[in-house]
Design a protein around this ligand. Structure first.
Ligand code: MN
Length: 435
């Protein structure tokens, strides 16, 4: 874990020459420096890479052209690209150098920088941060797996493989969209009555899943697994991920090969990628397994990963119905949980994914799976929150929700806080459901 050192770029005393980056509660202080892809609203400009700083975006294309991005030529060229993939593919040492360069450019007293490289975030349209070649969604929260298991198999909630093997499935990248994109209610085949034939129509059990996405940095050659001790450094950064799910379609189709059309109609990511370097102060030990749980097999076990392979990202889901917005109600918090509660560390997920020789590439996305905690208010999807609809959620308008209705907006947020460090945030992952 020392590959991601806590250093002077994390100094809580650092301030930025961008005043809004120094405002208490901002997601994007100078200690964060998340990367994204944007263009100015209403234009068809070529997408550009930028770094979020307070209410603004520092245009890295412009900065590279002005030779403000120092270091390797490949780094400057990567900043001129239309997506983060080239940056993601750089050796770890270059990424670390890059963070120091950005920190020095954006901190108070950086005289070489002109304000012309700043774009107000309000003037920017955010695009997908990377060209995502492949997407895998895991199932790494034991609380989520246990809750869902209890609903569907009360006698046998957690399948016997769960504590041994990270469970996942291959998702689809063509339908991954950036925050703010509307989500259309999918149709599919469902069967409510086991004695009747299935029917086809719009899902009546549309759900969200609160997840974190891990972007892969440098990839691995096919046939060359990434050992667990190197796996953490192959991650580039994190975003928020909403794995929209149609529960009725899922229930009918998922056996024997797993999720298919219940999941691949849309997945929403937040636009800013918080780098592993930025997250260094927020690393925590791997999940404390219950007494009697098996130790990870050797290819998933590394002392350093056990000591600091977890990440304490505090997550929340908020819901706002069309009527709530019309009547002026603020979005309602539905749940809060932490990524530190995952049964598997991100490095274990990556090591496992490559253990058979499967090659990952820069920009590939690994989803954590629904991040639920032990507490009732830490359940990361409506299936769990309403216990499959049995215990509806009451909204401030008096409306109730078992699953999502048309017009509902789901908002996910994430942040990291630790005594002695600046709070950093992820921005938001939003989507409104349309019929
Ligand atoms: Mn999922």
């Amino acid at each position: 874990m020392t590959r991601f050192p806590v250093d002077e770029t994390h100094d809580p005393a650092l301030t930025s020459w961008v005043p809004s980056a120094n405002a208490p509660g901002t997601d994007f202080p100078v200690q964060n420096l998340p990367l994204g892809v944007f263009r100015r609203h209403g234009t068809h400009d070529r997408p550009r890479i930028g770094v979020a700083i307070g209410d603004a975006i520092f245009d890295l294309f412009h900065a590279a052209q002005e030779s403000l991005v120092t270091g390797a030529d490949t780094l400057r060229e990567a900043c001129e690209g239309p997506a983060l993939n080239s940056l993601m593919s750089l050796p770890h040492a270059h990424r670390l150098q890059f963070r120091h360069t950005l920190s020095q450019l954006l901190r108070a007293g950086a005289h070489t920088v002109s304000r012309t490289q700043l774009v107000p975030r309000a003037d920017a349209e955010m695009l997908l941060p990377a060209s995502i070649g492949d997407y895998t969604d895991f199932y790494a929260s034991i609380y989520h797996a246990s809750n869902v298991g209890r609903m569907f198999r009360p006698e046998n909630p957690l399948l016997p493989n769960y504590k041994w093997v990270p469970i996942g499935y291959h998702g689809r990248t063509s339908s991954i969209v950036v925050s703010g994109t509307e989500v259309h209610r999918p149709s599919g085949q469902t069967r409510d009555d086991a004695a009747a034939p299935p029917s086809f129509g719009p899902t009546r059990r549309l759900d969200y899943e609160l997840e974190v996405g891990f972007f892969v940095g440098r990839g691995n050659a096919q046939g060359a697994p990434v050992p667990i001790e190197h796996a953490g450094a192959r991650l580039f950064g994190l975003c928020l991920l909403n794995d929209w799910s149609a529960r009725d379609i899922q229930t009918w189709e998922y056996q024997p090969l797993g999720p298919f059309l219940a999941k691949n109609f849309s997945s929403t990511v937040s636009p800013w990628v918080v780098t592993m370097e930025a997250l260094a102060p927020f690393r925590v030990p791997a999940f404390a397994r219950a007494a009697g749980d098996p130790a990870p097999l050797p290819y998933l076990y590394d002392d350093a990963d056990q000591a600091g392979g977890g990440i304490d990202v505090r997550l929340e889901v908020l819901l706002s119905s069309a009527r709530m917005r019309a009547e002026g109600h603020a979005p309602m918090q539905v749940s809060r949980s932490t990524l530190a509660d995952l049964y598997w560390t991100p490095a274990q997920l990556l090591a496992h994914h490559t253990a058979n020789g499967c090659n990952l590439q820069p920009g590939d996305l690994l989803g954590s799976g629904t991040v639920s905690g032990e507490a009732k208010d830490a359940r990361g999807c409506l299936l769990e929150v309403t216990w499959r609809g049995a215990d509806p959620l009451l909204l401030p308008t008096g409306e109730t929700r078992r699953f999502l209705e048309d017009g509902d907006e789901v908002i996910m947020r994430g942040s990291c806080e630790r005594e002695g460090f600046a709070r950093i945030g992820f921005g938001e992952c939003r989507g409104v459901v349309r019929g």
